[in-house]
Structures are given as C-alpha cells and as structure tokens.
Design a protein around this ligand. Structure first.
Ligand code: GLU
Length: 339
C-alpha cells in the first residue's frame, strides 16, 4: 500500500513536471502551439523566406512546443490586415507598407493607424521591377502610356509602388494605361503569351517569376524607373531608396547592365497580441542561426544582424526586444521603436 502510494505520487509529480515544469524555461506553452506566417505568391521570395523561418524554428519544435507553418497569400497588404485581424500570427511585409499601416496612410487611410502592428526584423531588399516585351516599344518609364500592364492584385505590395511611380511621373494609372490587377504568379506567363505588354513586381533577387518571364520565347527587358519624378518620390518618403535590378541573375533579359529603379525592404511583422515567448523563440532562432538561415535563399546573402534591424517603423515586439537585449543587438535599434 505504502509502495503504491509512493508510486502514484511519483507518477503525479512526473506528470506535472511534464505538463508544466518540463516546458520551462523555453517552451511557449504546455501543448504544441501552431503559428502561421503570411507570405506571398509561391514563385516570390516571401514564400521561401517563410519556409526558411519555419525550417529553422521547427528544428526546435520539441524545445519550444512550437510549430511554424507558412501560407501563400496575396502579399504585403493582405498580410498586414490578416495579422491585425488575428487570422495570421506573422507576416512578411514591404517596409513601405509597414510604415503606411503604422501611420494610417494609403491602404489604411480609412481604417486609421494599425496600433497593434509590431515589427521583429527585416530581411532582403526588394526592387520595383517593370518587365516589358521588347516588341512593345516601351523603352523609358513614360512609354508605358497606352499599354496593357499588370500592376498587381490589391493585396500586393507592388500595386502601391506602381501607382506611386506612375502618379509621381504624371501618369494617370486609371486612364493612361490599361491596368490589370492580377497576382504576380500569373504575370510571367501572361507576358510570354502576349496577353499583357508589361508587369510590375516588387521583389527580392534572384526571383523565380522574373526568371520565368525573361527566359521565354518572347524577348523581354527591364524598364528603368528613374528620372527627376522618381528622385522626388524617393526624397519624399523615408521608406523608398534608389535601387538596381542585378542583371547577373537574369542573363536572358535584353538589358546588358544593372537597371536603375527604386526599392524597399522585406520586413517581418506580428501583432502585440502574439505572446512574448513565441516572438522571442522565433527571433532567437533566426538570429542565432543566421549563417544557416542565409544559406536557405540567395537573396539573403547580404543579411547582417545590423542591417536586419533597419527599415522598420512599427514598435518592436517585446519578445524581439528581449532577445536583442540579451544578444547585445539593441545598439542597432532605432530608439523610437522601443516604445
Ligand atoms: N513584395 C511583394 C508583396 O508585398 C511580394 C514579393 C514576394 O513574394 O517575394 O506583395
């Protein structure tokens, strides 16, 4: 009897230890927790970026009791809204879209500032790409007038960049071009099939969709997005910077050298409602394993712990702050993000 009681006691203690004690200090909860990252089209760079994060974090799923899954979505604007609605826990979002959401601008003009949006870090740079058929006669940006162009689906990041560039250069996108609102994943085939003259895509390099668009039968080229009107646009907004499309990745395009344009950064966001433990675990795994992470996509080649803290405008999530403090990285953080 005594023995039986002792046995039971040990059993009970062991169960408690497994359920509560064992999860400390790293597990995010006693049970397995699932979180999802909103990305972009499957042929973009966001989708493999989400895949890289999940690969790194899921290696430790037993330690954290955390599984990260990835969802293909319509892009940046969709991701901000889904994270704010609680439909997704994380999203990859263009730095310009993050800024606009935080300040209640553009797509968030009616909804107002997205107060619960929190930043974690940034990833690769993205440039605004305009690919056109050589047979269209589109040589300079202003030549797009009168042409049939995919500017991107309403949930995407590129749509806003295309509209910004056109508006800055005196092109009325509703009247001066025939605008399509299709997802980027469809653009390459549409261009190759001659169903559109050109398309915009804001994306990191190298990228599969752009490779597909440049490697077909129809000869295509990148159209430089430059000039005084673009200089003014870049000077006006903190999130825009001059950029180039590195031609070495797209040797089948007709251009011979890097193509000037402007660009943004891909950033990683979440909501203030997501727990500190979850965000801490994900931040720690990405940063502690940065060299492994960088091998998962060639666009990550230039990433450093320092430049991954640039391009953010939403307050940092407390889970990210906790990790950056521990890792001695807070010195790279803009103090305005520590609210
Ligand atoms: N920048 C694009 C967007 O925000 C997505 C690019 C990608 O999927 O890599 O919609």
């Amino acid at each position: 009897m005594k023995r039986f009681k002792l046995g039971m006691l040990v059993g009970i203690i062991a169960t408690c230890f497994l359920a509560v004690g064992f999860m400390a200090p790293n597990a995010v909860s006693a049970k397995m927790t699932f979180v999802t990252i909103g990305t972009g089209g499957v042929t973009g760079v966001y989708y493999p970026t989400g895949g890289a994060i999940s690969k790194i974090v899921n290696k430790k799923s037993k330690v954290y009791h955390l599984k990260v899954t990835v969802e293909s979505t319509g892009g940046s604007v969709f991701n901000v809204n889904a994270v704010m609605a609680g439909d997704l826990e994380f999203g990859i979002v263009q730095s310009d879209r993050q800024y606009q959401a935080v300040h209640g601008l553009k797509d968030w003009k009616d909804k107002g500032p997205q107060k619960d949006l929190r930043s974690i870090c940034s990833f690769h740079p993205e440039s605004v790409v305009l690919v056109a058929g050589d047979d269209t006669g589109i040589k300079t940006f202003k030549d797009i007038k009168g042409h049939h162009i995919n500017i991107g689906n309403p949930g995407s990041g590129q749509r806003g960049n295309a509209i910004d560039a056109m508006t800055a250069c005196g092109i009325d996108w509703k009247k001066d071009i025939k605008a399509e609102g299709l997802k980027a994943v469809e653009s390459a085939k549409m261009l190759q099939d001659g169903r559109i003259d050109a398309f915009f895509y804001t994306v990191g390099h190298p990228n599969g969709s752009i490779k597909e668009a440049t490697a077909g039968k129809r000869k295509v080229h990148f159209v430089p997005i430059e000039g005084a009107c673009i200089d003014k646009l870049v000077a006006k907004w903190p999130y825009y910077a001059k950029a180039v499309i590195p031609i070495k990745f797209y040797t089948s395009a007709s251009n011979k050298s890097d193509v000037p344009t402007f660009g943004v950064k891909a950033t990683f966001v979440t909501s203030s409602k997501v727990s500190e433990k979850i965000v801490y675990a994900i931040t720690k795994e990405i940063f502690d394993n940065l060299e492994t992470f960088k091998k998962l996509h060639p666009a990550f080649g230039i990433l450093t712990k320092k430049n991954m803290l640039e391009g953010l405008s939403a307050p940092l999530h407390p889970g990210a702050i906790k990790y950056f403090k521990e890792a001695g990285l807070l010195k790279y953080v803009d103090k305005a993000l520590l609210k």
